[in-house]
Design a protein around this ligand. Structure first.
Ligand code: FES
Length: 110
């Protein structure tokens, strides 16, 4: 996972057919990086980066939340908000639906 550099702009990526996601959060790989497709209680879909916003650990999915093993931060799995530490949130990217596919805007790498 590469640190998201927002200074280079965003690019839209196709996450695949909307009906291929049957549970949330779902693991999604985009260009070699790991994300989770989460669905909020409000029904809004969000793409959450597995890169921990604290110090770049790798966040993984536990039974009821996301967990970063580096320092123990936990994130709720509807929005990626930190639930046991400071005010923080997993890197979150908007998701939209078009022609039966889901798309997200993520940072450019170049
Ligand atoms: S790097 Fe994730 S909690 Fe510190």
């Amino acid at each position: 996972m590469v640190y998201p550099d927002f200074s280079k702009g965003l690019k839209e990526v196709d996450l695949g057919p909307a009906d291929s996601f049957t549970k949330f959060p779902s693991e999604v790989e985009v260009e070699g990086d790991d994300f989770y497709l989460a669905k909020g209680k409000d029904g809004v879909l969000r793409l959450l980066s597995s890169l921990c916003p604290h110090s770049w650990g790798t966040v993984y999915l536990e039974d009821t939340c996301f967990m970063c093993p580096s320092h123990g931060w936990r994130f709720e799995y509807y929005t990626g908000n930190c639930i046991n530490g400071p005010i923080a949130q997993m890197y979150t990217f908007e998701v939209s639906a078009r022609n039966g596919h889901l798309f997200a805007s993520i940072p450019e790498r170049k």
